[in-house]
Design a binder for this molecule. Sequence first.
Ligand code: PMP
Length: 350
Amino acid sequence: MYPWQKNVRKVDPYVPGEQPKTLDVTKLNTNENPYPPAPGVAEALKTMDADLFRRYPDPDASILVDALAKTYHVKKEQVFVGVGSDDVIAMSFMTFFNSDQPVLFPDVTYAFYKVWAEMLQIPYETPALDENFRIRAEDYKKPNGGIIFPNPNAPTSIYEPLSFVEDIVKANPDSVVIVDEAYIDFGGTSALSLIDKYDNLLVVQTYSKSRSMAGMRIGFCIGNEALIAALNAVKNSYNSYTMSEAALTLGAAALADEAYFKETTGKIVRTREEAKKRLTELDFTFLPPMANFIFASHKTVAAKELFEALRAEGIFVRYFDKPRINNYLRITIGTPEQMEKLYTFLKKYV
Ligand code: PMP
């Protein structure tokens, strides 16, 4: 132990999913999109002038903010962008969660919320999901310092309707309610339609799943203008140039092709519906999936064993060694061909 180590912030670090260097694995472990980004992204990349990189990027991220405002039919003053939704959420924690009251998020949810709360020394409580792994709205109707939950939730994949989100937002006018919609484009209805009605609702989305651009690190949130102004004040004080010039340009280019977006998200939804059938035939049960993954448990073979057997076969899925969910596998929806490999192996194994 070095003497200075007593002053190091203690964190129980977040463990990301494995990113193997080789491309010859069937990678169903980090909810990436199996299809390439919209063709306009590759086009924009070809015409990008490397000389631009001499300069700092636009601190207002105008190209991207304007393109998002146009796509989602909101004002540019209602849009904030960051380096992945992780960055947007971390910035939101810093900006909005400054109360002595606990921030609330589910006990089974995206693991980063707890990491950030601890890192930023924000008090938090984690109400338990009910016996069907659903968020209980009633647990979010008590004094609190802010609320965050994903919809659909991760890693359960369970989606709650707009009325559920509105009920929680309405019950908490004194707190900012953040709905993390990382997986909303695979069949859910976004809470974006509520942002003009509620000044305390912040909707966060990402390019990492439905727009096939996890590696470019682009996330954004949309909400009331005062929420966005507060976020910008913190961002500009912390790191005024958060996003790279390349991400701004390519992120804007990705939005131009709505037809491609609909086609690829549609394919993933269809592959997921087929996966429900195929996994049922193989004796799996799963929670009702509304994301680009399925959270599945086998009736007789333990999840950990299956995870290891699949891995040895070059098929990567995600396993969480955590209470309540340690007999489930989170299987990202890949291409139909990738999924066939999974079923073929499982047919022999289970
Ligand atoms: N929210 C949820 C619920 C997620 O599962 C993820 C992906 N790990 C993120 C946010 C962060 O995604 P990104 O930073 O790539 O936008």
